[in-house]
Design a protein around this ligand. Sequence first.
Ligand code: DGL
Length: 262
Amino acid sequence: MKIGVFDSGLGGLVITKAFIQTMPEFDYCYYGDTKNLPYGEKTSGQILSYTLEAVKYLIAQDCKLIIIACNTATSIALRYIQQRFIPAYAPDIKVLGVVIPTVEEAVFNGAGTIGVIATPATVRSHIYQTELLKLNPNLKIFELATPKLVPMIENNQFDLADEICQEYAKPFWHADSLILGCTHYPLVKNYFRRLLPNVKIIAQDELMGAKLQDYLTRHPEIASQLACNYNYQFEVSLINEQSAAVAQRLFPGIVIKEKASD
Ligand code: DGL
């Protein structure tokens, strides 16, 4: 049984890379829905239906544990999948998201005034605000939708990064922490660190490896069912020259394939 990782596109490769760096022994199966990206601009119904399809696909690939590495899909679809889909259709499979580990990291590191940047759909769900306030009701939270970043990253237009990050960093001068609440944003974390030197930038590629390791230590009944053959499989719903180049940039040496059509 493998560890499945799902993202709406290629951004989740940086999270998968973090998992592999932390725990290289497991077998991983990555699936990025590049055909339907960006999820952040879609309706909740569309996001739920794409995410369900992806989870079913990863289950069919023999994944025992599935990480929805996409914040947008986590925000909109995780609760339904965990509470309705999994108990009815695949009770042996565990599905986790990325929001809870991220808010825990922020709050346990002493955040007080905290910014969140994310896709429009994630911000609309207010999942970060809700989960942060559960951990500390006294937090001051500012959420901002930052829709220019995902297309810039998926289209390999890093020449625009300075200008776009400057625009998005401005409202957070007075925050003590900023959550990069999208799987793609670790790719621009250094821009935000340079623009906001006094703000703790919380990047998911730096925390998810340890969080997953900790989860597996606490759940030996799941860890013991995972194959350890150092086998890594990367698939997307659509690949072209440009997405292949972005995948190489995010994960040098990667062999990425288009998923066979049903
Ligand atoms: N990967 C998604 C996330 O983490 C964003 C990309 C998209 O809009 O599809 O929120």
